[in-house]
Design a protein. Structure first.
Length: 225
């Protein structure tokens, strides 16, 4: 599941300040905290009570593991406002003005496709196949319980942003609702002047650097052991 929050991004003097909708994965955060506790406990124990090269191995492992666990669990987030979509993935930060968003897709993962055809996964909005199956079962039960009056509604016109036809399903997975929110913003803001610009991608060197350093030190220690 993914939870939205709000914060204020960069202000624009020419118009009221936009507000970010922030989507993160509570399950990912909880799992990351648990893994960090375990890694910290084992690493500190090795540093304190280890002998010989064990403290150095424990330190190198901590330098490698802590940034990676943080990057893949606590770091991912999706920020959306009226002008752009900002995706903070484990190792990259991608900023897409809504004018550059071609579609938002939901299959085995949620992803955004820009107008050049490049795909970017939304790590903070994971797909739950279990939640989809549960929602499908609830929808099937609801359809069966409405009776058979023989009337069918005409299908809605498909959206270029990937929105499905509107249904009266009793439940939808939360991550699918998040994708619907993002599609709504993309459709509403794609042609606005303030939502134009170029797609930017920045590597998370603050994660890559420490993890790489830890990996090198750990490899050296193991090779010289």
């Amino acid at each position: 599941m993914t939870t939205p929050d709000h914060q204020s991004p960069h202000s624009d003097a020419s118009r009221p300040e936009a507000r970010d909708r922030i989507y993160r994965s509570p399950a990912g955060i909880a799992g990351g905290i648990l893994l960090l506790i375990i890694a910290g406990w084992l690493g500190i124990d090795g540093l304190i009570s280890g002998t010989g090269r064990t403290p150095w191995l424990a330190l190198a492992a901590l330098i490698l593991v802590v940034p990676l666990v943080t990057a893949f669990t606590l770091r991912p987030a999706v920020y959306a406002n009226e002008d752009r979509l900002r995706i903070r993935n484990p190792l990259r930060v991608i900023v897409l003005p809504w004018g550059k968003v071609a579609s938002l897709r939901s299959h085995y993962s949620n992803e955004v496709v820009d107008t050049s055809g490049k795909k970017f996964q939304l790590w903070a909005v994971p797909v739950s196949l279990r939640a989809r199956k549960k929602a499908a079962k609830q929808q099937a039960r609801g359809t069966a319980g409405r009776g058979g009056d023989g009337r069918t509604s005409s299908p809605a016109r498909p959206s270029p942003f990937g929105r499905g036809a509107a249904t009266d399903a009793p439940t939808r997975p939360q991550t699918d609702q998040v994708m619907d929110d993002l599609r709504t913003l993309a459709e509403a803001r794609a042609t606005e002047e303030s939502a134009q610009g170029e797609v930017t991608v920045r590597w998370a060197y603050e994660v890559i650097g420490p993890a790489l350093a830890g990996a090198v030190v750990l490899a050296i220690l193991l090779a010289t052991g």
